[in-house]
Design a protein around this ligand. Structure first.
Ligand code: PNS
Length: 160
């Protein structure tokens, strides 16, 4: 049996920074599951079904990557999916405090380890929130998200 990694996140929407991490994880592990959290506490721009669909389209050429959604604890989802490690991208030191807390909690409650992957410097400024803000004011997000994501963003935020 191969090693499966879980890349969790909100992905509202997926950016090229996320895809950089997922793609590199796919080269390191036998299989990768992208786990889209349903996030009932936040109000995402895109429904969980939309976020999953946008991701599926984005990773369709990566044969060992599949996409699913989950609600509840990440450690439970990882166990149910047979994932033995979490992989998360770190853009900057500002990500670290929040990420290390979650990693240590997941180790504590689920004996589940997290591996941090340094985001490519090309994407270190990139976040879903900034992409949404720029797109909402009509700014150009070409090259920051896949084209099908950009189109849906414009539909939702600009042409609405
Ligand atoms: O894209 P994000 O916001 O960095 O993703 C955060 C995510 C989905 C990894 C985190 O919110 C999460 O794991 N949620 C599931 C609920 C859970 O397990 N909470 C305890 C984490 S220590």
């Amino acid at each position: 049996m191969g090693l499966t990694a879980l890349c969790p996140g909100t992905f509202d929407p997926v950016t090229n920074g996320h895809l950089d991490v997922v793609g590199r994880a796919a080269q390191l592990f036998d299989s990768v599951i992208v786990g889209v959290v349903e996030n009932p506490s936040k109000t995402p721009l895109f429904s969980v079904e939309e976020r999953v669909r946008l991701l599926e389209e984005s990773v369709k050429d990566l044969s060992n990557v599949r996409v699913g959604s989950f609600r509840g604890l990440l450690v439970d989802h990882a166990r149910a999916q047979g994932a033995s490690v979490i992989v998360k991208g770190l853009r900057a030191i500002s990500d670290y405090e929040y990420e290390i807390q979650m990693a240590q909690m997941n180790q504590r409650i689920g004996e589940l380890d997290t591996l941090f992957m340094a985001t490519s410097p090309k994407w270190s400024f990139l976040s879903s929130s900034l992409v949404k803000e720029v797109a909402s004011y009509g700014g150009d997000v070409e090259g920051l998200v896949p084209d099908h994501v950009r189109k849906l963003l414009i539909d939702r935020l600009v042409d609405a």
